[in-house]
Design a protein around this ligand. Structure first.
Ligand code: ADP
Length: 989
C-alpha cells in the first residue's frame, strides 16, 4: 500500500517537475537577458540621484570647490600688482579713517610719479569733505590720469517703505578726474563666502558700473569705456575675453553691508583666490611708507596699484582659504580685506585664470560614467575576500575621482562635478547590492522551486513514465478495485469541496466551486456502506439507467485533519467489501494529502509580485516544506532499504563498506555498524589469494567496462548458504558516465534454488544411474528366462534374483523419497515428547534378529534419567535404525555394536560404535552425500543405496542437531547423533 502511494506520489511529482522546469527555464532566460539593461538603468538612476543631490544641495558643490582650492594651495603672488595698504601703521599715524583727503592726494601723487599702469582707489569718496582737500584729491586723480575710483550699490529704505538699490557714487569731481569708476560690491554665496564677483551692477535708476577689477584692467590696457563689450558668454575688454557665467542657480547675492540686493541675470566671474589673507604681503606697501618715500619707485612702474584698507576698518570677507586657516573652526578667523579680494579678482582677469564648470548635462553623463565604473568595479571585485576587494575598489575609485578633479582643476582649470559623481558612486553601491540581493533571492527561489519539484534524485525511479501516464487517475483505480460505477475524490476547502479526480459519471455542481455535498461524509466505512444515499443525489450524468445505484460517502482525514471526501457509486446488489473500501479510502487520502501539499506551493501571486523574489518568510516556509518532504523521502528510502529481502552493501571503490542494510548484517552475522569499514572483497571471498584473478576480472568489469557483475558465493558452514552477489558501479552524472564513486552490492539468498537444483540432480542420478542398475538386472534376467530353458531350481533362483532387484528398486525409491520429502519440507515434524531409552529399545528389538544373523551383539549403554526430548519419534527411530543397520552391515561376525546415550551441557547424544571395517579418512567427507557408497570389495555383498546417512543427517538437522562420525579403517566407526536439549527444538529453516 505505501509503495502504491509513493508510485502515485512519484508520478504526480514527475508531472509537476516538468511543468516547473519549463517555468524555471523561462524565468532563468528572462534573468539572463536583462542584466546589462538592468545595470545600465541602475547607473542612470544613480547618476540622476547624483545630479539631484548637486541641485538640491548646491552648498556641497561649493564646498567641494573650496576643498580643491585649498588642496591646490597658495599660488605665487603676481609681481605686476602692488597693494598700497591703509594699514594699522597708517591709521596709527593719520588717525582713524576717513583721513584728510590731502593725505590721499599726496599718496596718489607719489604713486603716480612712479608711473604705474593703473591705480585702483578702493576707497569710497561719496561724501564731500572740506573743499581744499577734495580739490587736492581731484587734482591728484586728474594728474595721475589712470586712477579708478570706487562706487558702491546699496539698498536704501525709502520713506514709503520701499527698498531701492542706489549707487553711492564717487563725488563728481573725482568721477570726472578719474579714468574710470568701478563698483566694489562683492557677491557673497549663501554660506557667506565671496567666491564670485558680479561684473556689472545696476541700480534702480539703471545706472550701471563695471566692477573695479574690470575697470582697472581696461584703464591698465589704455582702453576707453567703449572698448568694454558684453556678449552673451563673455565680457570683452579690447581683445581680452572674460568668460562669464550667468546666474542660473539659486544663489542669493548680498551686498557687503548685509543688505540683500536683487539682481537680474548677473554676469559673474569666479575669483581664483591665489592664497589666504596676506597672500600679497610681499607686494604690499604701507601708505606711510609711500608718503615717506620708503619704496622703490621702480617696483611700481607699469604695475597695477591697488589702494585700499587692510586694517580692520573696511569690508572684510570670507574666502575659500579662510576656513583652512582657522584651527579652532572659526571661519572668520582671517577674513580678506576688500582690496585683497580686488587683487585676486584682477589677478584672475590678468592671468586669464577662468575656471570652466561642467554643464548639467555633462555633470549627468560624468555621473553615469562614474556609476558605470562603480558597477564595473563591484562586478570585477569578486572571489575571495570579495567584500574587502569591493571596499578597496570603491576607495580606489573615489580617490581616482578626487585625483582627476585635482589635476583638472590645477592644470586645465576645469571644475569637475565632483558632487554628482561621488553621489552617483555612493548611490550605485547600495543599488548594486540591492540588485544582487534581489537576484540572489530570486535564484534561491528558483533553486527552491527546482528542489521542490525535482527531487527525483532522492527517490530514483527506473520506471520510464510516458507523458500520457503523467496524470494519475486514482478515481479510475478506485473504481477498478471496488467495482464502482462512478467515483469522485474531493478536497476540502474552507467553504466546501473541490473536485480532484472523478470517474464514470460527472459530479453534480462540479463546475462551480465550492462544491456542497447533500450529506456529511461518513467517518467509518461500515457506516457508509450501511446507510448509502441514492447515487443521483451526487452524480448528474453518466449514471447507467435501470440500475439501482447507491452512493457511499467517506470522509478523508489524516492526523485529525479533514482532507476531503470520497464518493463511490455502486450497484446496490453488489456493494464493495469493507476491506476494499478501506483500501480505496487509503488511496484517496494519500492522493488528496499530496495534492493539497502541492497546491500550497503553487499558490499564485499577482503579476507585479511575480517579478520580485519571495519574502524571507516564504523562503523559510518553502524550506520547511522541502525539509519535510526530504525527511519523508529519506524515511521511505530508509524503510525500503530495511525491508529489503536482499542484503545491500554500499562501499567505496576500494571495497570498504560505508552502508549495510539489516539483512546484509544478518547474512554476515554481524551488526550493521560492525559491517561498516569492513572490506567487501574479503567478506565475499573475492579477495582470497586463490581468486586474485577473479577479483581483477570483477574490478575490470565494474570500473572499466562499467558493467554489472554477478557471482555465486557461499557464506558460513554447517549448513552453508548460497548467495547471488550482484555488484554494480555507482558513477557520477545523470547518465552514469562520470567517475566511479562507489560500488553497490546486493546479496540474494539462493540456497533454496540450489537445493531444488540439487534435488533435480539427485533425481536425475537416481533415474540414470541408481535405478538403471537393478532395472537392467531385472530386464536381463527376465529376457534370459524367456529365451532359454532352465531347470526348476534355476528358475526359482532367477526369480528370487529378480525379486531381490525389484525390492532393491522399491527400497531405493522409498529411501530417496524419504530424504527428498524431508529436504523439501514436505514432511512436517510431528513433535511429541520422546523418551529416548524407550525409543531405542523398541528400535533395537527389531534389529536384534539381523545382528544375531551376522553373529553380532548389540550392547546397550544407556545413561539413567535421560531427559525427554520434543521431537518426531518415528523419524528419530528410523535414523537410529539406519546407523545400527550400517554398523551391523559393515562389521565382521563376533564383534559387538555398542549403542550408548548420554548428555553434555546442552546436548543429548546417541552413539553407535562398531568394530567393523571403518571408513578411510578421505571418504569421511563424502559418506553423507546422497547415493554415495564407499567403493569397497567387501561391501559388494552389503546391499545399500547410499541414502541412509543423508537421511540421518536430515533428521538430526530437522531437530536442530547434527550427526558426527569418527572412524578408522580396519578398527571401526562411531556415529553420533547430537540433539539440542532445550525444549524448543527448532524447525530446520
Ligand atoms: P548404504 O545404504 O550404502 O549403507 P549409507 O548412506 O548408510 O548407505 O552409507 C554410506 C556409506 O558409508 C556406505 O556405503 C558405507 O561404505 C559407509 N558406512 C556407513 N556406515 C558405516 C559403518 N558403520 N562402518 C563402515 N562404513 C560405513
Amino acid at each position: 500500500m505505501p509503495l502504491l502511494c509513493f508510485l502515485l506520489d512519484d508520478t504526480w511529482e514527475c508531472m509537476n517537475r516538468r511543468l516547473a522546469t519549463i517555468k524555471i527555464k523561462g524565468q532563468l532566460e528572462r534573468q539572463q537577458l536583462r542584466p546589462a539593461a538592468q545595470l545600465a538603468a541602475l547607473a542612470l538612476l544613480a547618476a540622476a540621484f547624483g545630479v539631484v543631490v548637486a541641485w538640491r544641495a548646491p552648498g556641497l558643490s561649493l564646498q567641494a570647490r573650496d576643498a580643491l582650492v585649498r588642496t591646490r594651495g597658495v599660488l605665487v603672488a603676481p609681481d605686476d600688482m602692488v597693494i598700497v595698504a591703509i594699514d594699522e601703521a597708517s591709521i596709527a599715524r593719520f588717525g582713524r579713517f576717513p583721513w584728510s583727503r590731502a593725505v590721499l592726494a599726496n599718496t596718489l601723487d607719489k604713486l603716480a610719479a612712479a608711473q604705474p599702469r593703473a591705480i585702483a582707489l578702493d576707497v569710497l569718496f561719496s561724501e564731500a569733505t572740506n573743499e581744499k582737500d577734495d580739490a587736492a584729491l581731484a587734482a591728484a586723480i586728474k594728474r595721475a590720469g589712470n586712477v579708478i575710483v570706487a562706487a558702491q550699490l546699496v539698498n536704501q529704505n525709502e520713506e514709503r517703505g520701499e527698498r531701492r538699490a542706489t549707487w553711492l557714487h564717487p563725488q563728481s569731481a573725482f568721477a570726472q578726474a578719474a579714468a574710470g569708476i568701478g563698483h566694489v560690491n562683492l557677491a557673497l554665496d549663501r554660506d557667506g563666502v565671496a567666491r564670485t564677483i558680479l561684473l556689472r551692477q545696476i541700480d534702480d535708476a539703471a545706472q550701471a558700473y563695471w566692477t573695479m577689477a574690470i575697470e582697472t584692467t581696461r584703464v591698465g590696457a589704455g582702453l576707453t569705456s567703449a572698448d568694454l563689450r558684453e556678449t552673451p558668454e563673455a565680457v570683452n575688454i579690447g581683445a581680452r575675453v572674460i568668460p562669464v557665467q550667468f546666474d542660473s542657480v539659486n544663489l542669493s547675492v548680498a551686498a557687503t553691508n548685509d543688505a540683500p540686493v536683487e539682481t537680474v541675470r548677473a554676469a559673474r566671474l569666479a575669483i581664483d583666490y591665489g592664497g589666504p589673507a596676506g597672500a600679497f604681503a610681499v607686494q604690499t606697501i604701507s601708505v606711510t611708507d609711500v608718503l615717506d618715500g620708503k619704496f622703490v619707485a621702480e617696483r611700481l612702474r607699469g604695475k597695477y596699484v591697488l589702494i585700499g584698507a587692510t586694517a580692520a576698518l573696511g569690508d572684510r570677507v570670507v574666502s575659500p582659504f579662510t576656513r583652512a586657516e582657522s584651527a579652532d573652526g572659526n571661519q572668520n578667523a582671517a577674513p580678506l580685506a576688500g582690496v585683497e579680494v580686488l587683487a585676486h579678482a584682477l589677478n584672475t582677469i590678468l592671468r586669464a585664470r577662468f575656471y570652466r564648470e561642467a554643464s548639467d548635462g555633462q555633470a549627468f553623463w560624468l555621473a553615469v560614467l562614474m556609476a558605470a565604473l562603480t558597477v564595473g568595479a563591484l562586478t570585477l571585485a569578486q572571489g575571495r575576500f570579495a567584500g574587502l576587494q569591493q571596499l578597496g575598489a570603491i576607495a580606489a575609485l573615489l580617490f581616482g575621482v578626487w585625483l582627476t578633479a585635482y589635476f583638472a582643476f590645477v592644470h586645465w582649470l576645469i571644475v569637475l562635478p565632483v558632487v554628482p559623481m561621488l553621489a552617483a558612486c555612493g548611490a550605485t553601491v547600495p543599488l548594486v547590492l540591492l540588485r544582487r540581493t534581489l537576484l540572489a533571492s530570486g535564484q534561491l527561489d528558483a533553486r527552491l522551486a527546482e528542489l521542490t519539484n525535482d527531487n527525483g534524485a532522492v527517490l530514483p525511479s527506473s520506471v520510464v513514465i510516458l507523458p500520457s501516464q503523467l496524470r494519475p487517475q486514482p478515481a479510475a483505480l478506485i473504481a477498478r478495485l471496488s467495482g464502482a460505477h462512478a467515483v469522485a475524490i474531493l478536497a476540502r476547502t474552507p467553504s466546501g469541496y473541490r473536485l480532484l479526480s472523478d470517474y464514470g459519471a460527472s459530479l453534480a455542481g462540479a463546475e462551480s466551486e465550492p462544491i456542497a455535498l447533500p450529506h456529511a461524509p461518513c467517518a467509518s466505512v461500515g457506516e457508509a456502506l450501511a446507510r448509502p444515499s441514492a447515487a443521483t443525489e451526487y452524480f448528474e450524468t453518466g449514471v447507467p439507467r435501470g440500475m439501482f445505484l447507491r452512493a457511499a460517502t467517506l470522509k478523508l482525514e489524516a492526523a485529525g485533519t479533514d482532507l476531503g471526501a470520497l464518493l463511490v457509486a455502486f450497484n446496490a446488489a453488489e456493494p464493495p467489501a469493507v476491506a476494499t473500501l478501506q483500501l480505496c479510502r487509503e488511496l484517496a487520502t494519500h492522493y488528496v494529502a499530496l495534492l493539497s501539499h502541492d497546491a500550497g506551493q503553487a499558490e499564485g501571486r499577482g503579476w507585479l509580485w511575480r517579478w520580485l523574489p519571495h519574502s524571507l518568510a516564504n523562503k523559510g516556509q518553502q524550506l520547511a516544506q522541502l525539509q519535510q518532504r526530504f525527511l519523508r523521502r529519506a524515511g521511505f528510502v530508509n524503510r525500503a532499504l530495511h525491508s529489503m529481502e536482499d542484503g545491500l552493501l554500499v562501499c567505496g571503490v576500494d571495497g570498504f563498506i560505508a552502508f549495510a542494510n539489516p539483512r546484509a548484517a544478518q547474512i554476515f552475522g554481524l551488526s550493521a555498524t560492525a559491517l561498516q569499514g569492513q572490506e567487501l572483497f574479503d567478506l565475499t571471498g573475492l579477495a582470497q589469494p586463490a581468486s586474485a584473478n577473479e577479483l581483477r576480472d570483477v574490478l575490470t568489469r565494474l570500473l572499466i567496462e562499467r558493467a554489472p557483475v554477478e557471482r555465486e558465493i557461499t557464506i558460513g558452514e554447517a549448513p552453508p548458504r548460497y548467495y547471488c552477489l550482484r555488484l554494480a558501479a555507482v558513477c557520477e552524472g545523470i547518465e552514469q558516465t562520470g567517475a566511479v564513486t562507489g560500488l553497490v552490492a546486493t546479496l540474494s539468498d539462493i540456497t533454496r534454488q540450489r537445493e531444488l537444483q540439487q534435488m533435480k540432480n539427485d533425481v536425475m542420478a537416481l533415474v540414470t544411474h541408481e535405478l538403471r542398475t537393478p532395472l537392467t538386472a531385472i530386464q536381463g534376467m527376465s529376457e534370459v528366462l524367456a529365451q532359454h530353458e532352465f531347470t526348476a531350481a534355476q528358475q526359482r533362483e532367477m526369480h528370487q534374483a529378480i525379486n531381490d532387484e525389484a525390492k532393491r528398486l522399491a527400497r531405493m525409491i522409498d529411501e530417496y523419497l524419504n530424504v527428498a520429502r524431508l529436504e523439501a519440507g514436505a514432511q512436517p515434524l510431528r513433535r511429541e515428547t520422546v523418551r529416548v531409552t524407550t525409543l531405542l529399545e523398541r528400535t533395537l528389538l527389531l534389529l536384534e534378529p539381523l545382528a544375531r544373523a551376522r553373529g553380532l551383539r548389540l550392547v546397550r549403554r544407556f545413561a539413567p534419567n535421560l531427559p525427554q526430548l520434543l521431537g518426531d519419534a518415528d523419524l528419530l527411530g528410523r535414523a537410529v535404525s539406519n546407523l545400527v543397520t550400517n554398523a551391523i552391515k559393515y562389521s565382521e561376525a563376533d564383534g559387538e555394536v555398542v549403542i550408548e546415550t548420554g548428555t553434555t551441557a546442552n546436548e543429548l547424544f546417541i552413539k553407535v560404535s562398531d568394530q567393523g571395517c571403518g571408513i578411510a579418512a578421505d571418504e569421511l567427507e563424502r559418506i553423507f552425500e546422497k547415493f554415495y557408497r564407499v567403493p569397497r570389495i567387501e561391501e559388494s555383498d552389503a546391499p545399500g543405496t547410499g541414502l541412509g546417512l543423508p537421511f540421518v543427517r536430515e533428521v538430526a538437522e530437522l531437530h536442530g542437531g547434527r550427526v558426527t562420525v569418527a572412524s578408522e579403517s580396519g578398527i571401526g566407526s562411531v556415529f553420533t547423533i547430537r540433539l539440542p536439549l532445550n525444549d524448543a527444538i527448532e524447525k530446520k529453516s
